[in-house]
Ligand binder design. Structure first.
Ligand SMILES: Cc1cc2nc3c(=O)[nH]c(=O)nc-3n(C[C@H](O)[C@H](O)[C@H](O)COP(=O)(O)OP(=O)(O)OC[C@H]3O[C@@H](n4cnc5c(N)ncnc54)[C@H](O)[C@@H]3O)c2cc1C
Length: 455
């Protein structure tokens, strides 16, 4: 059989995005028993999506999934093309020409916005920016965060809010040997923040922290966690919600909030203050954020559908830094339907649909498919479902050339793509840079620095 015929017998799949969902999709394809060839396109020279640039640097064990992904990348039928942006360097339509199927695994990177008066004041940031900054994501390298104030407010009560609160609260000595980027460590070392208010719009029974994350916040050395006793009193509907076994996590959280409500103030220590039933109304300040005003909410509606309704009471909290962690949205790609309300690509079990109609050869997985929910492992089952449908639809009979057609296109456009072997060189250089500092790695935070390693 000639090389060309052999290539035709293969099923050429383009995966866009190299986070957990992209890698679990690759794994499912490689294990399927079909003769597949995978080209994974990633906009950064570095793989692994939010496992590298989202997961907290002081939780290194959670990054162990990377070893599994690196194993998948070593398969001879897997090809990594880093530093290539779909929608800019190559269109989704072009990938559909070169490959039997295109699987979008681009995640959900845009923040849900908070449009309130004063929103444009310096000192108001999304948690995404802060997380990207301390994790060395090139998009956020040049951001600045002013930690010279006494108080910060984190809006939102999920695990990302817990991460940013922990990074602000932890003693510097507990952070310095993590892989937090050096530029962020320098700022954190000088932090004057003593008080972190973590604010939710509903009650303590509705906080989305996993109990483990909340317990960790309560256990940070030299930090006390507080809650207001009167805000921990539940209404009847919330009590009924907690009787449901599925609400086990909320019961655990509530026990902890109850304990925080009994904490005595300790002078000189950093404080985390959990606040409930408050919605941001305006940011206040002349040239930068000096305070944030909230309206107090009342919970209304039946158990499991309680909504936060504004009352006429207000409260103002002084602060110099606001970090919003109120959800994520996917980013639309040209030629691909998008559900602007949910911030996801519309799909039925991973098959991208335009209205009711599945679009031939186009699939989606991960956060872009289901929204920003679940843990890293959730993406595995999600990708398996998408891949099952992709393989059920795909036919090797169709003539496609995969990388043989894609690479000339990229080269004609002078796209400097980065192979997996090249990423391993960047990886080794980062690890080497970290050695002297006792860090697992010192990340490169600019794309040209990464590419310089390969010269
Ligand atoms: C701050 C934070 C902390 C988290 N901590 C934990 C944790 O401790 N434990 C846990 O289990 N889960 C955690 N998660 C959740 C976990 O990271 C997600 O479940 C998972 O990363 C989602 O995988 P994904 O592949 O859908 O998206 P992502 O991981 O976001 O990967 C998407 C990839 O696509 C690339 N991409 C995007 N657009 C394009 C394009 N146009 N062209 C080419 N490439 C593109 C991106 O650069 C990225 O590499 C955390 C999430 C966040 C935000």
């Amino acid at each position: 059989m000639s090389g060309k015929d052999a290539s035709r017998q293969k099923l050429h799949i383009a995966i866009v995005g190299s986070g957990p969902s992209g890698f679990y999709a690759a794994e499912a394809l490689l294990r399927s028993g079909r003769n597949v060839s995978i080209d994974m396109i990633e906009r950064l020279p570095t793989p692994y999506g939010l496992v590298r640039s989202g997961v907290a640097p002081d939780h290194p064990k959670l990054k162990q999934a990377i070893a599994v992904y690196a194993g998948i990348a070593r398969d001879e039928n897997f090809n990594f093309l880093g530093n290539v942006t779909a929608g800019r360097d190559i269109s989704v339509g072009e990938l559909q020409q070169t490959h039997h199927a295109v699987l979008l695994a681009c995640g959900a990177h845009e923040d849900r916005t908070l449009t309130i008066p004063g929103g444009g004041l310096p000192g108001n940031h999304s948690a995404t920016e802060f997380v990207g900054w301390y994790n060395g994501h090139p998009d956020f390298r040049e951001r600045t965060f002013d930690l010279s104030h006494e108080a910060a407010v984190v809006i939102g009560q999920g695990n990302v809010a817990a991460d940013v609160c922990r990074i602000l609260a932890k003693p510097f000595d507990e952070l310095r040997d993590s892989d937090i980027a050096e530029h962020a460590l320098e700022v954190l070392a000088e932090s004057k923040i003593q008080e972190i208010h973590v604010v939710g719009r509903r009650g303590p029974a509705h906080a989305k922290f996993t109990a483990k994350e909340l317990r960790e916040l309560g256990g940070i050395a030299d930090v006390t966690a507080h809650a207001k006793p009167e805000e921990c009193v539940l209404n009847e509907e919330s009590r009924l919600e907690l009787e449901d076994r599925a609400n086990f996590n909320a019961v655990k959280n509530l026990e902890m909030f109850g304990a925080f409500a009994k904490q005595v103030e300790t002078r000189g220590q950093r404080r985390i203050r959990f606040r409930f039933c408050l919605s941001p109304a305006a940011l206040v300040g002349r040239d930068r954020v000096e305070a944030i005003s909230f309206v107090r909410n009342r919970l209304e509606g039946p158990p499991f559908s309680q909504k936060a309704s504004a009352t006429d009471q207000t409260e103002t909290i002084s602060c110099g830094l606001v970090l919003r962690s109120i959800g994520y949205r996917g980013v639309p790609l040209d030629g691909v339907p998008f559900d602007g309300l949910r911030g996801v690509v519309p799909n039925v079990a991973g098959r991208i649909v335009d209205g009711e109609k599945p679009l031939r050869g186009l699939y989606v997985t991960g956060w872009l498919k289901r929204g920003p929910t679940g843990i890293i492992g959730t993406n595995r089952a999600d990708s398996i479902e998408t891949v099952e449908n992709l393989l059920a639809d795909a036919s090797e009979q169709e003539a496609k050339s995969g990388a043989d057609a894609l690479l000339p296109l990229l080269e004609a456009r002078r796209v400097r793509w980065v192979s997996f072997a090249e990423w391993l060189k960047i990886d080794a250089a980062e690890i080497e840079r970290g050695k002297d500092k006792g860090k697992p790695r010192e990340k490169f935070t600019r794309i040209d620095e990464m590419l310089n390693v390969l010269e």
